[in-house]
Design a protein around this ligand. Structure first.
Ligand code: GDP
Ligand code: MG
Length: 365
């Protein structure tokens, strides 16, 4: 289990102390024209785009930071989640070593990787004299787990620079918003204070969807008042709110529908800069739909070229027979798979465990 550092709060110090009164989940609406004052919300005084105001706010933020003493930190684990039984086995029948390569190719491992694994398995089986179905499955499981194991698969939430900021990127429909909702709930369950930012401002439905998840995760959300508002302003104010409310983490949803690479790069660049005026970005998570096969690969390539992606979230691993895409992606992009989605429900979500995943792939039905 990974350990993370978050703000030490009353609750953490003395579990028997009365709970701090929870603030109701706030909704901050980011106005497209910020000279129009927002009603019924915390003051929205700044516009990220305006130079003078930005500078004023920046020094303000720095001053605030200097005044408030550095937070005490506490090392925490997140509640245990598992990939469960969501991973579909490669084998519907007993395992035939001569068919392995074809099976792996069909499961999207990629031809080269499929061949390597099949050859390696034969060699190991010979060396160890493994012949029975359970022996071969165990050998294969170890080979598969080893290939995806890396030391950098934990979320970067342990350097204590609060609030952490996570940007979530990926094509429409990949599962960004769902992932954010699940992650927010998980962090809340681990006593983190979370702020969500709806910087996918192009469709009202996308904002509504994040709002629904924010409610489920009992977390405040910063959202635009109307479609097409500046995503960078939303991102800016999300982080601003996280700083002001002393939240542990801000998670920002982004749009995936942009027409071409340049648009995408411009937009993500703007969002990045808006965040980095206030704090650093801890993670840029690229969400990929595992059922998309080779398309997933080209999407992943496009995003890693324009966004400084730090990790992958693989969604829809439940029920797909294409689990090999993880191997192909890992090989091609050399990025850690950090989180996985295994269903549409709020708890269908886990850290990626190569061991659990490999077990699922070789499981006997
Ligand atoms: P976005 O456009 O990237 O924000 O994608 P959404 O979060 O709106 O998800 C698109 C669809 O995929 C929704 O119907 C989700 O319920 C579904 N979805 C997301 N993650 C998973 C998952 O891990 N498993 C399954 N089965 N469905 C998922
Ligand atoms: Mg979305």
């Amino acid at each position: 289990m990974f350990k993370f550092l978050k703000r030490l709060r009353g609750k953490d110090v003395d579990a028997s102390a009365p709970e701090q009164e929870n603030q109701p989940a706030a909704i901050i609406e980011v106005l497209p024209e910020l000279d129009v004052p927002a009603k019924d919300v915390a003051p929205v005084e700044q516009e990220a785009e305006t130079k003078t105001q930005t500078t004023a706010l920046k020094s303000d933020t720095v001053a605030n930071k200097a005044e408030s003493k550095e937070p005490d930190l506490v090392s925490v684990e997140l509640p245990k989640r598992s990939l469960g039984t969501g991973i579909r086995s490669l084998f519907s029948d007993s395992m035939d070593i001569d068919e392995l390569e074809d099976i792996l190719i069909l499961a999207d491992f990629g031809v080269e990787t499929a061949e390597e694994i099949a050859t390696e398995l034969k060699r190991e089986a010979n060396r160890q004299g493994a012949t029975t179905d359970p022996e071969l499955r165990l050998l294969l499981k170890d080979l598969l787990a080893k290939r995806l194991s890396r030391t950098d698969s934990a979320l970067n939430l342990d350097d204590g620079t609060l609030p952490y900021v996570i940007l979530v990127v990926g094509v429409n429909g990949a599962g960004k918003t769902t992932t954010i909702g699940k992650l927010a709930r998980w962090l809340k369950d681990g006593d983190w204070e979370v702020v969500l930012g709806a910087a996918d401002t192009y469709r009202a439905a996308a904002v509504d969807q994040l709002e629904t998840w924010a409610k489920r995760a009992d977390s405040p959300i910063v959202k635009p008042v109307k479609e097409g508002a500046d995503p960078a302003s939303v991102a800016y104010q999300t982080v601003e709110m996280a700083i002001r409310t002393q939240a542990d983490i801000a998670i920002i949803d982004t749009a995936g529908r942009l027409q071409n690479k340049k648009d995408l790069m411009d937009e993500l660049g703007k969002i990045r800069r808006a965040v980095e005026k206030q704090t650093k970005i801890s993670e840029v998570l690229l969400v990929i739909d595992a059922t998309n096969g080779q398309n997933a690969m080209s999407q992943a390539r496009a995003f890693t070229e324009v966004a400084e992606v730090t990790g992958i979230v693989m969604t829809k691993l439940d029920g797909t027979a294409k689990g090999g895409i993880l191997y192909a992606l890992q090989k091609e992009l050399n990025l850690p798979i950090k989180l996985v989605g295994v269903g549409e429900q709020i708890n269908d979500f886990a850290f990626f465990s190569p061991e659990e995943f490999a077990k699922g792939l070789v499981a006997k039905k």
